[in-house]
Write a protein that binds this ligand. Structure first.
Ligand code: CDP
Length: 226
């Protein structure tokens, strides 16, 4: 192992994986804030690829073209905002359509490989909290703490429904439930880095827990390791 890789390995990573709408993004961000760690929202990268492809009229099933596109993207995260080639795209990547696109482009190994270096570059002192589907299994397989954060599909649909309603948007519970079931299926069934609970990951089921309890669980588990 090179000296550089060796020193990278000493920077602690907390990997939080789980299905759509499990609350892992919120939990990961709050844990990072508490510990003063950096935060990687890896799902945002797949969303950005889906959006950039849409803008450049590249189909979400064109594996090679998407892989090339993903390598050339100029992505910047700054103060809660996301920039693509200097254009602010924070809200554009959060739509349900782009979420669906993200799960379609994410099945291609070419896209996943193109995003690896970028994800590794977030590993900086004093530490990193990374959330996604394959943080523990692939991207940070040497993470100090691995969490598989999930909740029943009904609890997740209910949460997403309330989120949309609170924003004053139209929401149809049955459609949200079907969308989540399809997304779960696509994320778990794909051959490239499927969503799975890693062998040594702790299971955190938030069906009956609120965000603060989930954050407490992760911080506690991390403290026990230190
Ligand atoms: O907001 P939601 O949890 O639905 O999705 P997200 O975390 O923003 O990720 C969007 C999509 O990107 C997911 O449905 C996955 O298919 C894909 N993804 C992935 O394949 N690997 C990751 N590490 C993160 C996200």
């Amino acid at each position: 192992m090179s000296a550089e890789l060796n020193s990278l390995a000493t920077i602690p990573v907390i990997a939080i994986d789980g299905p759509s709408a499990s609350g892992k993004g919120t939990v990961a961000q709050l844990v990072a804030d508490k510990l003063g760690f950096h935060y990687l929202d890896s799902g945002a990268l797949y969303r950005i690829v889906a959006l950039a492809a849409q803008q450049q009229k590249i189909n979400w099933d064109s594996a090679e073209a998407l892989g090339t596109l993903a390598k050339t993207l100029n992505i910047r995260f700054k103060e809660g905002e996301i920039y693509l080639n200097d254009a602010r795209i924070t809200e554009l990547v959060r739509t349900e359509e782009i979420g669906r696109g993200a799960s379609e482009v994410a099945i291609h190994p070419q896209v996943r490989a193109a995003l690896l270096d970028l994800q590794h570059s977030f590993r900086q002192l004093p530490g990193l909290v990374a959330d996604g589907r394959d943080m523990a299994s692939v991207v940070f397989s040497d993470a100090k703490l691995k969490i598989f954060l999930t909740a029943s599909v009904e609890a997740r649909a209910e949460r997403r429904y309330k989120q949309l309603k609170n924003k004053g948007l139209n929401a149809d519970y049955d459609k949200i439930l079907t969308d989540l079931q399809q997304r779960d299926c696509r994320d778990s069934a794909r051959s490239a880095s499927p969503l799975i609970q890693s062998l040594n990951a702790l299971l955190l089921d938030t069906s009956q827990r609120d965000i603060q309890q989930a954050v407490g669980f992760v911080l506690n588990a991390y403290k026990k390791l230190s």
